[in-house]
Design a protein around this ligand. Structure first.
Ligand SMILES: [Fe+2]
Ligand SMILES: [Fe+2]
Length: 322
């Protein structure tokens, strides 16, 4: 039995309320069990399912296909257009590599948080099995990303020490304030998923190794996103007024930071390639809605759950996410 409280219509009679709660609980447990089964039916191993040594999987830093791999607006700037072709390809590969490092660091935090969340779950709670499937899948994603980084021979660091230390608070939230943690999860997974799906759908030809990694990733992330969303739909309506207010005020900040991290031009790339401020501004102005589009689904979920009142709405605007 899950430890989560269940939302009950205040106007319902006790019997109706109890029945609705049982039905709600049964539906949720069935959904989580289905996600767990899907994790068994369709899952990938970082080494068995990626042919790392295939000739066309070799990472060539001069391959022009890196330029449009992630659809980054920086590659559409005048500054970028003036670079020699070899530098353009190298910068494109650097963007991919640094984003993979940030992605695996995010997944590390997510795994630690899920482990902490699962330790409190009761016997027979279907969330326990599902959480472990997700932790294992994220482990394989991390192995894929790190193997790609190693083979690129680009020595990226990703997050700084202060940011990695601050991430410990997120792990703590998984146990103390799971609703905030699962919104953090969506804040990282939704923008990555958005960028990867856009690249896979786009016209630009992708290097086959990157395409393979992204296809594996979006397939498994669909389950992770589904779990986080359903968990929140069930848990948030049962929150008391203090936690609900805290969550609604914290969300624009959490998603603002996450979308900057996942979509902004990483500072490592800015430093390594001496990207001028004018190019960064041009890239930002070319699509001012980029971050808002990437977190649109999370914002709509927050709205649906009644977390975007008048004051939070201003905060969403200040964070540039509307
Ligand atoms: Fe992942
Ligand atoms: Fe995930």
């Amino acid at each position: 039995m899950t430890s989560l409280p269940t939302a009950v219509d205040a106007a319902a009679t006790p019997e109706e309320g109890t029945r609705a709660a049982v039905e709600d609980d049964t539906t949720y447990r069935a959904l989580v069990a289905r996600l767990s089964r899907q994790s068994v039916d369709k899952h990938f191993d970082a080494y068995a399912d990626v042919d790392w040594d295939a000739p066309d999987h070799r990472i060539d830093p001069t391959d022009p296909r890196w330029v449009h791999a992630l659809g980054d607006p920086l590659v559409d700037t005048d500054w970028f257009a003036a670079l020699p072709a070899a530098d353009q390809a190298r910068l494109g590969l650097n963007l991919v590599v640094v984003r993979m490092k940030l992605g695996l660091q995010f997944e590390n935090v997510l795994q630690r948080g899920l482990l902490d969340y699962a330790i409190d779950l009761a016997n027979n709670d279907p969330e326990f099995r599902y959480a472990y499937h997700e932790i294992i899948e994220e482990g394989h994603h991390t192995l894929m990303f790190q193997e790609f980084i190693n083979r690129s021979e680009i020595d990226t660091r990703g997050l700084g020490r202060a940011e990695l230390t601050a991430a410990r608070a997120v792990v703590l939230a998984a146990r103390c304030f799971p609703e905030l943690f699962f919104f953090f999860v969506l804040g990282g997974e939704d923008p990555i998923d958005y960028v990867q799906r856009r690249s896979l759908r786009g016209q630009a030809e992708l290097p086959p190794l990157l395409e393979r990694i992204m296809r594996i990733h979006v397939t498994e992330e669909a389950r992770h996103l589904s779990f986080a969303r359903h968990h929140l739909k069930r848990a948030v309506p049962a929150l008391g007024p203090v936690r609900r207010t805290a969550l609604s005020v914290a969300l624009p900040g959490v998603l603002g930071v996450m979308s900057w991290m996942m979509l902004g031009v990483p500072s490592e790339v800015v430093r390594a390639f001496h990207v001028p401020r004018t190019a960064l501004l041009q890239a930002r102005r070319a699509n001012p809605q980029a971050r808002a589009d990437a977190v649109r689904k999370v914002r709509e979920l927050a709205d649906e759950l009644g977390l975007v009142g008048p004051i939070p709405r201003v905060l969403w605007q200040v964070a540039g996410l509307v």
